[in-house]
Each structure stands twice: as structure tokens, then as C-alpha cells.
Design a protein around this ligand. Sequence first.
Ligand code: BDR
Length: 317
Amino acid sequence: SKKLLIDVDCGVDDAQAIMIALAARNVQVLGITCVQGNTAVENVCKNVLRVLKVCGLLEIPVFKGASKPILGVPVDAGHFHGQDGLGDAPDPSAPGLELLQEEGAVQALVRIVNQHPGQVSLVATAPLTNLALAVRIDPTISQKLKGLYIMGGNTESRGNTTTCAEFNFACDPEAAYIVLNDYLCPTYIACWEFTCRSKLPWEFCDDWLAQNTKKARFMTQIFKHSIEACKSERIDKELVAGQGFIPCDAYALAAAIDDAFILESDEVPVTVELSGTHTRGMMVVDTLDTLNKTHKATIMKKVDLEKFKQMLMDSLK
Ligand code: BDR
């Protein structure tokens, strides 16, 4: 079976990604590491435990990681995911933080990758702070991963957080820079514009949520807030507003569990702008190879959306 580590800032689409992994056959989730992003890291940990509880899999180890980006102040996405990260629809009987592992997320990433060299796929659906710190502690992990699957960045300088930067990269540009430059394993990126262009019809979302299961009821509750935010005015009109359902983080997860998921991609060197007035945190795609980087990332362009729908359906069964 495929061994997965998932690094999240558990907002709603992180929860969607985690639930796909938990429902997938032939996938073993070795651990879930948490980082500040969509909400504070304590909320992220609580949210992951809530997801595991709904799925009856609280035995999967959860690790708390960075509470701030490498530089600067934390930015969150409470306006979109809800202040608590899961739609502000609290569960009074949610599991407590005493269920977290004592080991920190960064240490756990280093340990687990070293325990299974060449076998672990790491899915990162959050600011890349934990991954950057992990590769600084142990540079060898970058070559020991089977693959790295990132939701983040952008290819057309269309931001969703600042003018030119996507949320996960905008939250911690230094971390994104370190990861894109220091991880030398096969790297797959589901960037912002790609996820928007791969949106699913709202009618599918209705059918997905209408399944009469505990998981579907949970998803319906936590998703309400961001469904409304998707239809609001602050959102890129052409790419997003109201036209469909975009489970961003789940695209990266789907690619990690199914080798045939990506149908078309570009293999290009990428990095991150760190100092531009308007462009800090923007992903830079070096199509002309001017940076002389030997390592290329696989940028997803087209994926198997029928398979994706099936994975989403199965995740709430
Ligand atoms: C990314 O930002 C977050 O709000 C989502 O969870 C996703 O990881 C999209 O830009």
C-alpha cells in the first residue's frame, strides 16, 4: 500500500483531502502534521482530530507543528474557512488536544521519512513551514521521499491572498522558497489557477453532500461557510466566483494516491519571489531555464475529474 504523510492547516478543503486519503484503498496514512495557516495551529490540530473522529480513525498519529511562518506575522483565512478553520460549526464532543503526539511535527516528518526511505509520499496542503524546517534539520529527507505533492503557488501571477500570491505560498514565502529549491524528490504541484480551472459543478457538490451518512452530514456543516464565501464578492470573478466547487487541497492528495490521476502536466523549474513589492510569495516558473536549476517540478494541467468525483463520493460513504 502507498505510505502517506499529510501536512495540513486544516481548513475545509484540507478536511476534504484527508477524508479522501482515509477512505482510499491501498493507502496507509502514517501521520498528519499540523501547521498554522488557515487558522491557528491549535485549531488545526483540533480540526484534524475531529476529522479522524468522524472517520473512526483516531489511532492515526497527529503532530503539532509551527505556529508561525519563518518570517513575518501569521496570516489566516478565517474569512473563508471560518475563524476555527472548519466553518465555525463546533462539535461540543470534539476530541481534546491530549490526543496529540508529544513529538513535534517537524521531528516526526524527519523520523518517518527516514524510517521508510524511498517509500513515503508527502502531501502538503498548507504553508510549507514544517517542510522547510524539516529539510533544514535533515537535508537527506529531500532525496528519501518517494514524492512531494503540494497544493500551492500559481503560474499566472493570479493571487488569491495578495495580488500575485496564492495563500499557502503568501503565508510563508521563505518556506515555499526553501521547499521548492531544496527538495529534490519528484515534486508535483496543484497550483491555484489549475485548481480553479478544474472546478466541479455545484450540482455534483449537492449530490456529494446528499449522501445519507455521518461523514456527509459533517461535511455539510463545515462546508456551509466557505460555500457562501465562494459566492461572495471578494473573490476572483473569472477564476472562482460562484461557478463551481474547488476542493483545492484534494487535487494534490488525489495525485499522491493515484499515479494515473494527472493527465497533462508541465515539467519546469520553479521558485518563489521573496522581495517584490507586489509579487512577494508568487511562484516563479522558469520556462526559459534562466535559473539553471536541474530539478524540475511537475505542474498539473489536466487531471481525471471523473476519478476525482469518485474519490470524493467514496470519501463520504
Ligand atoms: C489554499 O489556501 C487555503 O485556504 C486552502 O486550504 C488551500 O490550501 C488555496 O489557496
